[in-house]
Design a protein around this ligand. Structure first.
Ligand SMILES: [Cu+2]
Length: 138
């Protein structure tokens, strides 16, 4: 009897936890899906966030990005004391991107077609040191 009661309690607890997890997950998925649909449905207008390492290491905070074809805005933050920029090479785009900035933020909007692009910092030596990554546009 005691054992059965304990089992019942465990099952109930699991069910409650499961429901709670499901509820939270659905909410997050709905919010995320809505934002994605709004960006893609409007013929682009997607915004990507990218930052240089704030401590001065020669790297970005991401090595891969993904976007939907159309107007893609890159919000670039460089809180370090070194100059950095973000440039793109890929289909129809060569060495285009943000201004070179130090300790501030900037953004650039490019009309991108589907394909694979390389993003990198064009300051001498930075790309070779690891400031590059891949952007996939679908
Ligand atoms: Cu750089």
């Amino acid at each position: 009897m005691t054992r059965r009661a304990l089992l019942f309690l465990i099952v109930c607890t699991a069910a409650v936890l499961g429901l709670a997890a499901c509820g939270g997950g659905n909410e997050a998925a709905t919010t995320g899906g809505g934002a994605t649909t709004a960006g893609g449905g409007g013929g682009g207008g997607e915004t990507l966030q990218l930052a240089a390492d704030p401590s001065g290491a020669l790297k970005f905070d991401k090595t891969s990005l993904e976007a939907t074809a159309g107007n893609v805005t890159i919000d670039f933050t460089n809180d370090s004391s070194l100059p950095h920029d973000v440039k793109l090479d890929g289909p129809g785009v060569e060495d285009e991107g943000t201004d070179r900035i130090t300790g501030s933020s900037t953004s650039v909007t490019l009309d991108l077609q589907p394909g694979e692009y390389t993003f990198y910092c064009s300051v001498d030596g930075h790309r070779a040191a690891g400031m590059e990554g891949k952007l996939v546009v679908k």
